[in-house]
Design a protein around this ligand. Structure first.
Ligand SMILES: [Zn+2]
Length: 372
């Protein structure tokens, strides 16, 4: 019987195997040494995170940038104007405007609302405080916006995971906008409606057909707050602003009352003695979260019991989260808060396509009018 040891083919195979093992050993040692010394080649930023899941680069690779709309954004913190891709901007807006822990369909609804709000602004003269910009990053003027730096500060170790989640919500709805009668909507939104949104004309100048008050029964979380203001502070506030009102500590409980409310329960007018102010003026004066409030009297002063957070017009973010938890899609959420709208897709030339005749696009609102 012939020995394997003398077989030249076997010998050559063993030699190759040994050589391969040696090469592998050298490579392993080099990598281990580099890791130990921290002197490995710097990786591209996109791949420098040891987090599972898609990297930033992978995510954007799925998005066709040839159709990208460019917008001019004024960064109010850095005091500079930057041109950026609309979708990239929307990622920063969603990251800043909605808690990332909210349901994914709610994040998608927010992405479509924010994109529509942005393009509506572009079509209507851009940012009102910065003439060269389409939008600015100041939430008091346009929409809040998070740069990568801010996202990293806010999210810390979860930065990549959270960024990718928000970016996915944006990419999944890339280009999608809310339209009414073939035109972009003024897609207003707010944090929490308190249970019912408001007709646009009760808060802003225009009565828009798609910004009607609707029930929002699943606010998650519902925001309520009691604000107690002592008599001295309360009287100082109102007499400074309305010196003729004639309210004193002795007559306050009779002279201060809600005069009129809207159907939603929001305060239309508040009587302060001889003066009547709007609910909006009261919200600003007493620093309240919303105009949906009632008042009671405590031993030392007045108590405002508020429900909701924000102006109450259009999409409720917490209401969207509640609907999503009950299985609603982002399209159903948008149809709930924007009455009679169609979801279209914006193209780079500014035209809108309506290719998506999905069940959600013509469906009736999830929560019927007047239901609880
Ligand atoms: Zn602005």
């Amino acid at each position: 019987m012939k020995s394997f040891r003398n077989n030249p083919i076997v010998l050559a195979g063993m030699a190759i195997l040994l050589l391969a093992l040696l090469v592998a050993l050298i490579l392993f040692a080099r990598t281990a040494l580099k890791d130990a010394c921290g002197q490995g080649n710097p990786l591209p930023r996109e791949n420098a995170f040891a987090t599972p899941g898609p990297t930033l680069l992978d995510l954007y690779a799925t998005y066709d940038r040839t159709e990208a709309v460019q917008i001019r954004v004024y960064d109010h913190r850095a005091d500079r104007l930057v041109t950026m891709d609309l979708e990239e901007y929307v990622v920063g807006v969603v990251a800043a405007e909605m808690p990332v822990r909210y349901e994914f369909e709610a994040l998608k609804a927010q992405a479509v609302a924010s994109r529509t709000y942005t393009l509506y602004s572009v079509a209507h003269g851009g940012c009102h405080t910065n003439p060269d910009a389409d939008v600015c990053t100041n939430s008091k003027c346009c929409q809040a916006f998070s740069t990568h730096e801010r996202m990293q500060q806010t999210w810390g170790d979860d930065y990549v995971k959270n960024y990718n989640l928000v970016a996915q919500a944006v990419i999944d709805t890339a280009g999608e906008v809310v339209t009414y009668d073939g035109r972009l909507c003024d897609a207003l939104y707010h944090a929490c409606s308190g249970g019912r949104t408001e007709d646009s004309e009760n808060v802003y100048a225009n009565a828009l057909p798609y910004l009607r008050g609707v029930d929002s029964p699943y606010e998650d979380p519902m925001r309520t707050e009691d604000v107690e203001i002592g008599f001295d502070a309360f009287l100082a506030l109102i007499t400074e602003k309305y010196p003729e009102c004639g309210v004193t500590e002795d007559n306050a409980e009779d002279e201060v009352r809600i005069a009129e409310t809207y159907e939603s329960g929001r305060v239309k007018t508040l009587r302060l003695g001889k003066t009547e102010i709007t609910g909006k003026e009261a919200r600003s004066l007493f620093n309240l979260r919303s105009t949906m409030f009632t008042i009671t009297w405590a031993e030392d002063g007045i108590v405002f019991h508020t429900k909701g957070y924000g102006h109450g017009v259009g999409l409720s973010q917490n209401g969207a989260n509640g609907l999503a938890k009950r299985g609603a899609s982002y399209e159903e959420i948008l149809h709930q808060y924007y009455t009679g709208v169609t979801i279209g897709t914006i193209r780079a030339d500014g035209t809108i396509d309506f290719p998506r005749e999905t069940p959600g696009s013509t469906a009736a609102p999830l929560v019927p009018e007047g239901s609880e």
